[in-house]
Design a protein around this ligand. Structure first.
Ligand SMILES: [Zn+2]
Length: 128
């Protein structure tokens, strides 16, 4: 006499473990793709003045000597925004949060551009 019910349970368990392992691999693969290095770079009058990896949580003040101004840049859990600035209009603060490669925060009065670079997007290659 064979003990069929036990064997069936073993097969189901093995199949379940295989599926679980497969799903773990799949999720791991997707997360790996998202971890392409992204950088947050600050440009003052076209010159790169600072850069930070997007996964560092910082709050820093970028000074713009020519305009005697300052912008407070925040990177918080891969969200990038300007928390405060002393420019007229506060457009850069109102621009809100950027998270993706190629997105920019621009402070026109201070000639300051905060841009997320790297990852899959190669935006620079397109511009002529
Ligand atoms: Zn501004």
């Amino acid at each position: 006499m064979k003990k069929l019910p036990v064997k069936k349970a073993d097969i189901i368990l093995a199949a379940f473990l295989c599926l679980a392992a497969f799903l773990l691999l799949l999720v791991g693969g997707i997360q790996g793709r998202h971890q392409d290095a992204l950088w947050v770079r600050g440009y003052l009058d076209g010159k790169c003045v600072c850069e930070y990896p997007i996964d560092c949580d910082i709050k820093t003040t970028i000074r713009t000597p020519d305009q005697n101004g300052s912008n407070v840049l925040v990177i918080d859990q891969k969200k990038v925004y300007i928390a405060s600035a002393d420019c007229p209009g506060q457009d850069c603060v109102k621009m809100g949060i950027i998270t993706k490669s190629g997105e920019e925060l621009i402070c026109l009065p201070h000639k300051l551009v905060i841009r997320i670079e790297g990852g899959d997007n190669a935006i620079d290659a397109i511009s002529q």
